[in-house]
Design a protein around this ligand. Structure first.
Ligand SMILES: Nc1ncnc2c1ncn2[C@@H]1O[C@H](COP(=O)(O)OP(=O)(O)O)[C@@H](O)[C@H]1O
Ligand SMILES: [Mg+2]
Length: 255
């Protein structure tokens, strides 16, 4: 039997104040695949990640995780938005990393990483702490386990944010411009953690302007424009032989 893709987004639509932001987006991410999403500012990249991570409902369309619809309950005939309690549980399968880290300023790195375990998954504190320390080690921050966000560099804060997402053991990780708020010399340490994660087999969707990362780590690259996917292809074809004029213009602008 063929296993379904890990993530399948079908005909997703979203408007704000009657302005269409997503105009029927379809895409698929297979298990272990890294999908890079590129595109100009305002093209809907963050919006699609917010829909997939169930931070906000879509107007219409379907999101399947591991073959199961998420964000809704009921069957084909009585499908309706899932209540918050169900959303909270479904969200634990999807890790999200934001441009602005979003750490809790009053908690040290360990307690930031533990927070989802103890509050959402009700893991006992001692066990949560052990798992948090293990994750901080994985992102190279064992030595800063007790530092507060204000005592950490941007690159370190972003690695704590990645550890916080990973500790929930998500099936899928979403990254929304994870290095865009960082000083240039701190970008590499975050990309290195992401690259390692990808080579360990994590399924990832990464919105990024880091073209070299997209080329070397992504299994597939997609260009977003005006709420639609213009072109998607494996990196070699996407960067070296794009089919669409819009893609060529975007790439020319990025170089
Ligand atoms: N909550 C919102 N209310 C109104 N408009 C929004 C909201 N979120 C996003 N938008 C609009 O949707 C469009 C796409 O935004 P976004 O997904 O953030 O783009 P990107 O991440 O590609 O830069 C933009 O025009 C933005 O102004
Ligand atoms: Mg954005």
């Amino acid at each position: 039997m063929k296993t379904p893709p890990l993530l399948e987004v079908q005909n997703l639509h979203k408007s704000y104040n009657n302005v269409e932001v997503l105009g029927g987006v379809d895409f698929t991410v297979r298990r272990g695949q890294v999908k890079a999403l590129l595109g100009p500012s305002g093209s809907g990249k963050s919006t699609i990640l917010r829909m997939i991570s169930l931070l906000e409902p879509a107007d219409s369309g379907t999101i399947l995780l591991d073959g199961e619809p998420i964000g809704v309950i009921g069957g084909r005939v009585d499908v309706r938005p899932a209540p918050e309690r169900v959303l909270a549980r479904q969200r634990t399968a999807i890790g999200m990393v934001f441009q602005k880290f979003n750490l809790f300023p009053h908690l040290d790195a360990t307690r930031n990483v533990m927070s989802g375990l103890t509050t959402v998954l009700k893991v006992p504190k001692k066990e949560a702490r052990e798992q948090a320390l293990e994750m901080l080690d994985r992102v190279g921050l064992s030595a800063r386990a007790h530092a507060y966000p204000a005592e950490l560099s941007g690159g370190q804060q972003q690695r704590v944010a990645i550890a916080r997402a990973l500790v929930m053991k998500p099936k899928l990780m979403l990254f929304d411009e994870p290095t865009s708020a960082l000083d240039p010399e701190l970008v590499r340490e975050v990309l290195d953690v992401m690259e390692k994660l990808a080579s360990d087999g994590m399924t990832m969707v990464v919105v990024t302007h880091e073209m070299r990362f997209a080329r070397s780590v992504a299994s597939e690259v997609a260009l977003f424009d005006s709420g639609q996917i213009v072109e998607q292809a494996p990196p070699d074809r996407f960067f070296d032989a794009p089919e669409h004029e819009r893609t060529r213009r975007f790439l020319a602008h990025m170089h």
